[in-house]
Design a binder for this molecule. Structure first.
Ligand SMILES: [Mg+2]
Length: 172
């Protein structure tokens, strides 16, 4: 598998789909602890990301992530915009302007994203925030070379896997 801009665009498209599919679930979750706007905000933000990506046609994975960061920061309100924006921006910086990324660079980008969320949100592991979902991949940093690609793909899939809904409302 080549981790190039096509791969990055496909991954971001899957992110947007996951946000759209889980919009109502995220709204319900936010209703329990906040103001019920998280699903709406994230779905709107990622739809805007897709539009911007189609318009700008970035040429590297890093450029795609940077545009994602800028769009989320401007379109998503509350805490989520700055948090996800920072995560994507840090990941973009870690990727640089390489046309293709190797698994080590991808792992670095995920660690940078997670650390960006921690720095921006002032939360740490165990605070019951999204940092808890982002941290397990970080522990896999510097995996043995042989399994680097598999581990890196595991890193990317972790946050999305957390988004897959349990049945809602939960069965008694
Ligand atoms: Mg909210």
């Amino acid at each position: 598998m080549v981790l190039d801009v096509k791969w990055a665009l496909r991954w971001l498209t899957l992110c947007a789909q996951a946000m759209a599919e889980n919009r109502v679930w995220l709204i319900e979750l936010d209703r329990a602890i906040g103001d019920s706007d998280h699903g709406e905000n994230m779905d709107r933000g990622f739809q805007a990301v897709l539009e911007k990506l189609a318009e700008a046609q970035p040429e590297t994975p890093g450029a795609a992530l940077k545009l994602t960061a800028m769009t989320l920061m401007s379109k998503v309100g509350g805490a989520a915009g700055p948090l996800y924006g920072t995560a994507f921006l840090r990941a973009s910086t870690a990727l640089g302007d390489a046309a293709e990324i190797d698994p080590g660079r991808l792992a670095d980008a995920l660690v940078a994203a997670r650390d960006g969320i921690v720095a921006r949100g002032k939360a740490e592991s165990g605070d019951k925030t999204m940092v808890d979902a982002w941290t397990p991949p970080r522990r896999l940093r510097r995996p043995p070379r042989r399994t680097a690609l598999a581990a890196s793909l595991e890193f990317w899939s972790q946050p999305l896997r957390r988004l897959r809904p349990a049945p809602w409302p939960p069965s008694p």
